[in-house]
Design a protein around this ligand. Sequence first.
Ligand code: SF4
Ligand code: SF4
Length: 481
Amino acid sequence: MTTLVKREFHPFEAAGEHFLYMVPSAGVFHIDQASRAVLDTLEGREMTAAELVSELGTEVGADAVVDAVAELQEIRAIGPGRMPPEKPLPVLPPAGFPLTTMVLNVTNKCNLSCTYCYEYGEDKIVDTDYGSKPKFMSEETAREAVDFMLKESGANRVAHLTFFGGETLLNFKVLKKTLAYARTQGALLGKEVEFSLTTNATLLRPEIIEWLVDNEVGVTISIDGPQESQDKFRVFKNGMGSYELILPKIKELLRRHTSRPIGARVTLTRQNLDVKSIFRHLTEEMGFWEVGFAPVTTADGRDYAIEGEGYDSMLAQFSELALEFQEAAIENRHHGFSNIKDTLEEIHKGVSKAYPCGAGLGLMGVATDGEVALCHRFAGSEDHKIGTVRDGVDRKLQYGFLEKHHVVNKTDCHTCWARPLCAGGCYHEAHTRYGTTTAPNLHYCDWIRAWTDTCLRVYGEIASRNPRYLDRFDMENRVPA
Ligand code: SF4
Ligand code: SF4
């Protein structure tokens, strides 16, 4: 008779109930007492169904054990023993998959001189890679990029165009013309183009805000929090802080621009880790709809990278905000902590990633000269170029990249239960820390697993106490990170 063993999953508890997060299928299943008894009994053992019934029948009932064994086999939480370890082959996306989001680096010039930027490359690879790249994208290149995006979006009805920098608004003239061109060309092809933009807010002025409102451009503001941190890190070249300049501009933007939620993106460094105070300031005092945190974890020993106790502090504070989010969700109230919202959405949709993000897949970055890169952070890097907006994508390069970076080729991730959501982590971080995009980001695995476990528990609580809250994720389209 076939013997059974435990397969790969991550158990967690929420709302007084027991759940399994299945790997690699990424399903979340509630399990009853009999299933728990079966899994506990199989710990480190190999048994037949009959042996399980004989051992557990008196305690939980023979029928319940039989049902539990069948259910656990169906979800692949248990299965036949003595199978050779599976080494799956990378399954590549089918040829002709569409581009969902194009990030256009309209300039690589910035009017701020953020203290961590040269170490971390906050928004892109900051090194000598730019070489002779133009500082500003020309109107002609931007138009070619739009044509490229519409063509690459294939059969998709909606294409997403994100303007990025440097400081994006330094090239407002080209932004304006590009948006108008994309609208017209999109309409000719029966497509809708959605626009978004990231800015440090220093150059927002009434006519720009008007334009953002009129065109329903989604806006993300890069900001580091209350005045003290903002003025310490986000400074002008003469060392002057930027808080007082941006505060009235952001307030005006938030007052006027109500058609799309305005988000804040905070760079967390070793010196700027007071997550909760930053969150409170940006939501309660400034009025941002949501706040996302991007930790700098690139390399131990470098000035700004978070390490050691910094991870513990960040996890504790993220967990507190996650619990607040959970309580708000249970009462159908809004809470603006976007890091958990994004992960809950992925859990709900059963996302099991072959790749950590859409880079080189549904997402591409375009440099000021029209070179196409894996994503915005690689835009301008010769080593990570996969084509040009004029000549299109070099499919051989693109598929070579996708094959090499598939999660099955990341040995360290094979046995990790968090891989459906992590898949090795950001290529840019890996490149900065390990010198290669193929390396999994093993320096933050403990943090990733602990944070993913927190998100799963929050998901379980919401699923048990207000399942209808999760319905919203079925409605929202996800834009790749
Ligand atoms: S990088 Fe670490 S946490 Fe992420 S999938 Fe790989 S082993 Fe798991
Ligand atoms: S997560 Fe992906 S898209 Fe985002 S910066 Fe890293 S490589 Fe680029």
